[in-house]
Design a protein around this ligand. Sequence first.
Ligand code: TYM
Length: 373
Amino acid sequence: MQNSGSIVTPWEVKGDVNYDDLIKQFGVEPLTDDILERLRKQAGYLPTLITRKMFFSHREFGDWMESYDKGIRAALYTGRGPSGNTHLGHLIPWIFTKYLQDVFGAELYFQMTDDEKFLFNQELTKEDVKKYTKENLLDIIAVGFDPKKTHIFTNLTFTKTMYGIATDVAKHVTFSTAKATFGFSESSNIGMVFFPAMQAAPCFLPQRLDGKDTHVLIPCAIDQEPYWRIARDVAPKLGYRKPAGIYSKFIPGLGAGGKMSASLPETAIFLSDTKKEATKKVKNAFTGGQPTVNEQKEKGGNPDICVIYSYLFSMFDEDDASVTETYRACKSGERMCGECKEKLAERVVKFLADHQKRREEAKTKVDEYLLKD
Ligand code: TYM
């Protein structure tokens, strides 16, 4: 969908995204104080991903919490398309999903769309996709989801169950709807056209597995939202509840403009990056600084366009007083970019080291998480 010169689709995010416009265009709702107060009551606290408005919109999140209150089973569904190594951006929805799992004790269904990446990218072979699936799986487990309540599956291996549900979904979606929602054309392969049914299917997976009434909530970045429109249209036709959703913004790439994306590797911090690689990327990142130290002192920097500040704000500085001070000191010209880069690099390196340790440990836990036909 086009939005003030930017593009947001499940496969492409380009330009400067205006999230207020997106709320209107996608027909989602902003997160209100009432809803957040309900969440705070349940959890005892709100994470910075909420208080700093990284998660900014939703569909029926309040109703999902109400279902939970009424004793209706509340489940979570999120996913990953294994087309490369995992980067920091992918972690945003997963970290928040873990918070929700901890707070609501909810079962989590985690889809890996190996089929999607094979079908949509002419260069990727099945072998490539298998390799990335194996690698990404370790990153997902390393987030720390509850192994007793987390069920990870890949479309190409959990096929019997997935195909059963996807065909039920597909029967109710016309080509014209798929085309209007996803922009398919005459040259799209027919696997691509069917794929939205595969991504919509897990919205109904818990109900299918044991027949019990379930309200599913999908935490993800806003680019995935078009799939849930399809799922919500079809849900009543299949006799299921419409899935709810809660949507995040994108963390930007390290260059000027655009979301962090694996297709621009120099501007993404991968979870597999070494200390040296990550530090180098942070040091080369786009900032809101002036060309010279003297100009910076005189005119001040611009944290509103600074990638370093945005990473501190969204992920790497949880202390509100500290981020406020960083913002002020940058604007007033007291703080130079080198200092912020140093601080961020240090935190990113520590974060990656901790993640990589948990990722090593994940290698022995894979079977605890995998859902099989
Ligand atoms: P994928 O693998 O592109 O992305 C995985 C998750 O990360 C989000 N995301 C980001 N969030 C913040 N900042 C960024 N820069 C950023 N880049 C990506 C995505 O929105 C997604 O939540 N088709 C999907 C896989 C999938 C899925 C799902 C995702 C299957 N079922 C259910 C979410 C929910 C995909 O390729 O995601």
